[in-house]
Design a protein around this ligand. Sequence first.
Ligand code: K2U
Ligand code: ZN
Length: 172
Amino acid sequence: MTLRPILTVPDPVLKQRSKPVTEVTDETRKLMDDMLETMYAAPGIGLAAVQIGVPLNIIVMDLAKEDDEPKPQYFINPEILDLVEEQKPYEEGCLSVPDVYDEIDRSARVKIRYLDYHGKEITEWAEGLYAVCIQHEMDHLNGVLFIDYLSRLKRNRAVKKVQKAEKLKEAG
Ligand code: K2U
Ligand code: ZN
């Protein structure tokens, strides 16, 4: 498995709409393995392929609590089939917008359909942190970041904060 660099705002690749996976192959699985290793190292609980510069409809996730056994999940070509009206707020962050957090409202429960690591079709309802994370990640597949839901002022401040931190990192 290989650690891959995570793109940060304002990289234009993050605004791209990702493309469907046409066939689930060993190459697809290698990419998902690399995504999962990169996510654990960040650390994070979710990651979309576009965040490592690969605009394909692939998400990895692990919502297991710190002391529990890891529970990796793989989502190929995920779709939202249904959702409930009820919205719930959650303090979100994003590995592509480091050290920025803000409250975002999202649907409390979503019905999703996707292909798993081996290409098997799964349909299930997601709620709680699972619902938050899958909607956050699926936004990535459409080129949408959680800061896009904030005011222009807050969004611009977030991008400037990340750019300043990246410059300081480069300067060492
Ligand atoms: O897309 C990403 O950068 C992954 C996010 C997933 C996430 C965002 C918002 C809410 C839940 C999950 C990263 O894991 S951000 C780090 C994080 C970790 C735990 C809870 C919230 C955010
Ligand atoms: Zn994110």
